[in-house]
Design a protein around this ligand. Structure first.
Ligand SMILES: Nc1ncnc2c1ncn2[C@@H]1O[C@H](COP(=O)(O)OP(=O)(O)OP(=O)(O)O)[C@@H](O)[C@H]1O
Length: 377
């Protein structure tokens, strides 16, 4: 079924359906390896000593704040930027390094950027066939239509990009990226131009297309939720360095440091004194492997780990503010002995009225303690 879009209101109408699952052409996934890759722009270190192997068929999300070097790393993998030092390998073959430099078109790498970059003067089929220069025209057209079929837009092959909504243009860009059957697909913030409602559906469908094509995929994002949703693994970067690499569970439950913890959740910072393998806080003692007496500490608790109960059940507190934010309430509580209020994130928070006295405890699973890091590392 197709629905016509009005040019001035395209994102509000139901989108054309995605194509049938299992119809994307498969690829032979490649391994992409960065070995001690660093890159400077006129003396500014954008990427610092990154070593990382993206396994065949894996979706790896490069996550980090703006300016941390994600796009630069992607551009280095693509071959549109040449790193200052280190090597890039695709299937154990050096594609960039002291011994070799393959241009982008020789790497078997597909690219997809946030602005889709469709050519307005080419039809949708010609846009998708653009990279298929090694094929005869009729074969290229066939492959383009196969890719468009998977994203549900084969009926629009002979239209021009302006006839499609933003979400549909994104799907054309995906079809164009997968049509040459790249061994590695590099995606830079591919969903950032979509409104939130559309984004979830497009992400899920994109993931199923990636699974079908079996391409190895590196996806750049600054959104932790997107990384958790899309990535088999997440590589979190900070100031050009890889800070932590692992599954969403690892990064969330076992953050390497305060920076990682803060990336995935809002945190309440609390004062604490270091003991041997534990920290002592106003709420009691909590296990903290690796901590020694005398360590400078960063200790925090996630808002969902703050438990509010009857007065006497834990530390004395008083409710300062409550906001319902959908599914849960955020409750600010002044706690005896703490300089700053603590935030609790709780279900059914309606029972906590402003001014009410409460008892405050912490769920030990949400208490995180780190020996303090040098912020400029
Ligand atoms: N062509 C360039 N010339 C000079 N400096 C650059 C260039 N491209 C990027 N930089 C700088 O390199 C650093 C890393 O930029 P990069 O675009 O890789 O980060 P990013 O994590 O992808 O950020 P964003 O999410 O904002 O795109 C930044 O400080 C940026 O200003």
């Amino acid at each position: 079924m197709t629905v016509m879009t009005k040019p001035d209101d395209r994102t509000l109408v139901p989108a054309k359906r995605w194509g049938v699952r299992g119809t994307a052409a498969a690829t032979i996934a490649a391994r992409l390896t960065f070995e001690h890759v660093s890159h400077d722009y006129a003396g500014l270190a954008a990427v610092r000593d990154v070593t990382l192997a993206v396994e065949p068929g894996e979706v790896l999300c490069l996550l980090g704040h703006s300016g941390c070097g994600k796009t630069t790393l992607l551009r280095i993998a693509a071959g549109v930027e040449r790193q200052s030092t280190g090597r890039v390998l695709i299937n154990e073959r050096e594609v960039a390094g002291p011994n070799a430099f393959l241009p982008p078109e020789k790497r078997g790498v597909g690219l997809m950027f946030q602005d889709y970059a469709l050519f307005p003067h080419l039809t949708i089929a010609d846009n998708v066939a653009f990279g298929l220069t090694h094929l005869a025209k009729s074969e290229a057209r066939h492959e383009a239509v196969v890719a468009l079929t998977r994203v549900g837009l084969a009926d629009y092959a002979d239209d021009y990009p302006h006839a499609l909504s933003g979400g549909e243009q994104q799907r054309v860009a995906l079809a164009r990226a997968i049509a040459p059957r790249p061994g590695v697909l590099l995606m830079d913030e591919p969903f950032s131009g979509l409104d939130r409602r559309l984004r979830d559906a497009v992400r899920d469908e994109t993931l199923s297309v990636l699974r079908e094509t079996r391409a190895t995929c590196v996806l750049v994002t600054h959104d932790p939720e997107e990384a958790m949703r899309m990535g088999d693994r997440i590589a979190l970067m900070r100031k050009g360095r890889l800070v932590q690499l692992g599954g969403a569970d690892d990064l969330y439950n076992h953050p390497a440091d305060m920076f990682v913890a803060r990336f995935f959740s809002e945190l309440n910072e609390i004062d604490a004194v270091a003991g041997t393998g534990e920290v002592e806080t106003a709420f009691g003692r909590y296990a903290a492997p690796g901590i020694s007496p005398g360590d400078a500490l960063d200790v925090c608790v996630r808002p969902q780990g703050v438990i509010l109960g009857e007065p006497g059940e834990g530390r004395a507190g008083r409710v300062l503010r409550r906001r319902f934010i959908g599914e849960v309430d955020l409750v600010d509580v002044a706690v005896e002995g703490l300089d700053l209020p603590i935030k609790a994130r709780i279900r059914d928070g309606g029972r906590f009225a402003v001014g009410m006295d409460v008892g405050v405890r912490l769920d030990e699973r949400d208490v995180l303690a780190f020996a303090r890091q040098d912020d400029d590392s």
